[in-house]
Design a protein around this ligand. Sequence first.
Ligand SMILES: [Fe+2]
Length: 435
Amino acid sequence: MPDAVFFGAAILALPLFGSFGLLVAALQGGALAEVLGESSRRLEAAYATARQQAQERERREQELYDKQRQLAGLIHLSQQLSSIRQPDQLLAMVARIAKDEMNSAISLVALVHGRELRVVCSHGLSQLSVEAFRPRVGAGPLGGVVVSGKGIRLGEADGEAWRQSLEGVRERVRTLLAVPIQSPHEKLPVGILAVGNLLVGEAYESEHEDFLGLLGTDAAIALHNLSLYSELERSYYEIIQALAQAIEAKDPYTSGHVARVRTYATRLAKALGLPQEEIELISKAAILHDVGKISVPDKVLMKPGTLTEEEFEVMKSHVENALHILKDIRSLPPRVFEMVLHHHERYDGGGYPHGLKGEEIPLGAQIIGLADTFDAMTSDRPYRKGYSAEEALARMEEAMGTQFNPRLLKAFFGLFEFRTRRPLTLKLREGQEDR
Ligand SMILES: [Fe+2]
């Protein structure tokens, strides 16, 4: 019986009682080569194939993951775009998504400004670079993007074109991809969206360009919509201001009332430290606060003297009439409606239309109500002369805690300065220009 038996070319069998010396001798005699020979090569080939397949699978999975992430980025962007009202916020978001989703160290948005491109937001570039980087429209690869409407991919190997593209940039940039920001409605791009220094991989590829191109188009459409939106907003203001003027025109004694209420209300809102967004809503509501009076008959609206109970009921309806007039203006935020509806509520709950009390009354409505009362008290009427500012404030002080919120009234007093001791003259402090 032999000490060792070979089965085919792949298996070496040794008796269990064989010695270690016997094994060594067998291996030295070429048994290993025989065992591993062809079989080993097949194994190696199979292993190499499996490794290649695993790598390919990994690459595809990564690709799929990247695409999913990019898609999620686009979906997230589309969701956000509808709520963003400021172009700079929108472009900042686009630049951030481009950088993150394209695995890049640098991203920038540059818009056409006259004959050159100016960076409006960026990541990974110093302020000095941002200021110095001003590609001319139509000149060089980047300036060419806003003329051709086509994206470009460049790298250090592109020599002169590369050098030209990055004039003014102090950071080392190895790779660059730029696409136009252009919506289907526009003949020419309004700017470029670019990313640089790919973090994973050697150079940007066509898939990168496709994704960035989608992002550039999305950004352009959103910018276009924003400009339509602001045009719509402008028209809307013109309409409501015309309505407010139409009401004032009915009664010469109320001339300038809306503008003054807006001034007092916005200054009070600023003095209370309210955010700018809130101040703008209060400003809108102040312009609109009495728009419902357009449906109050003149004999009630301009009646000299005290109104009868019935007439007062008609007059009270102006706050709800306003809602009917304004309901079709979709861009009007619901909080403006609330402020208009509740500007005649009283702090103690004795006002109208809902008898809200204290903090139940929207703050903007309280502010407008206070400004409205002050202006009404200090304006002349056919049947009485208006109070002086100090008289009006003194009377309002008596209504502190009943008609008015004490905190607001105190802040309102702070808007005035006393020039002399007696008689007191009050002058609204100089403030920043009201918006
Ligand atoms: Fe009113």
